[in-house]
Design a protein around this ligand. Structure first.
Ligand code: NAD
Ligand code: SER
Length: 304
């Protein structure tokens, strides 16, 4: 049996469907802090910061693999650092302890937020010193360290990707800094205008959700002996500025974008512009399929 924590979020909404298609609906248990409005499959409400409840769910259901997506993202994390540490670090510790006890495989995502302002911003490589300035970034570095510790000292097969900002149409995200790229599509189609919370020249690494889901499954399917990293694979597909995205959307929809940077601009300023993912490409044959043009066609068609 496979458990997905944080299953009602931006990634979980799509990963659960992909896992149901791959393994069968009866093999997947979705869980989250909140209840689903409509969900087709088995769902159990669960707070990952509660060790007893989390362990009981795993034991009772014979869980052998966990996709641990429950987290607090960067913008919410800056506003509520204690909650961010509790969920992203203490919650992950619970997941790792249970994985050790029940000999589970784990997928625990990281983020481009592990990089701080001192690293080269262009083509940021896998192996640079991690010096994030955001609370979220610090919790993600801690998460990578904990995962590597459990891999090295407790033989837990734990894998993870440093996702770039993810763009999708099935779920409107909240609480992240890269949300502006998703919101721009939603509001362009629904209202013909968008007030963007970062400046027009803000350029960040992004990826279409279909590629992110494919990468996740591909990494989990890769033979362990081919992996030179575990919890922290850099992953890349495209980088663009907010204005370039607005121009691309404008070729499909008549819309007006205005730029009013807020506190999230300071978070975005500390992150890389583009990512070097050569290790993911060579270790498990990663290759993206979507560029900004193909992604925009998919986003607009589906949002319409
Ligand atoms: P999300 O915020 O959309 O979803 C997270 C889910 O976790 C929510 O449904 C929330 O209700 C749930 N949750 C929060 N606290 C919980 C708790 N205590 N117990 C159980 N559930 C809880 O996030 P997402 O975008 O789906 O991200 C999933 C993972 O991927 C996170 O680790 C995130 O850091 C990482 N990531 C996401 C992106 C992105 O652009 N979406 C980029 C980089 C990394
Ligand atoms: N997309 C995420 C965020 O903005 C990055 O991890 O928080």
């Amino acid at each position: 049996m496979i458990l997905v924590t944080g299953a009602l979020g931006q990634i979980g909404t799509e990963l659960v469907i992909a896992l149901q298609e791959k393994y069968g609906k009866d093999k997947i248990i979705a869980s989250d802090l909140k209840e689903p409005e409509n969900y087709d499959g088995k769902f159990i409400k669960c707070d990952v910061t509660n060790f007893e409840t989390y362990e009981e769910i795993n034991e009772k259901n014979g869980i052998k693999t966990v996709y641990h997506l429950a987290a607090i993202l960067s913008a919410t994390g800056e506003k509520n650092p204690e909650l961010c540490k509790k969920v992203n670090v203490n919650g992950l510790e619970n997941v790792l302890k249970v994985a050790k006890k029940y000999d589970q495989r784990l997928f625990c995502p990281s983020s481009i937020a592990v990089f701080g302002p001192d690293v080269p911003k262009e083509n940021t490589s896998q192996n640079v010193e991690l010096n994030p300035e955001t609370v979220y970034g610090m919790t993600k570095v801690k998460g990578e360290e904990l995962c590597d510790l459990y891999f090295n000292e407790h033989d837990i097969d734990v894998r993870g990707i440093r996702y770039p900002g993810l763009i999708s149409w099935k779920h409107r995200p909240t609480g992240g800094t890269t949300d502006y790229a998703v919101e721009m599509y939603f509001d362009a189609v629904a209202k013909g205008e968008y007030e963007c919370f970062v400046s027009k020249d803000t350029r960040l690494p992004m990826m279409f959700m279909d590629d992110a889901i494919r990468a996740t499954i591909q990494l989990m399917d890769a033979p362990l002996e081919s992996l030179n990293y575990h919890s922290n694979y850099n992953l890349s597909s495209m980088s663009f500025s907010a204005e370039e995205l607005a121009n691309e959307i404008s070729s499909h929809v008549d819309f007006n974008c205005i730029y009013k940077p807020d506190y999230r601009q300071d978070i975005a300023n500390t992150w890389p512009i583009s990512i070097d993912d050569k290790d993911a490409r060579s270790d498990w044959n990663w290759e993206p399929k979507f560029d900004i043009t193909k992604m925009t066609e998919e986003m607009i068609t589906n949002l319409r």
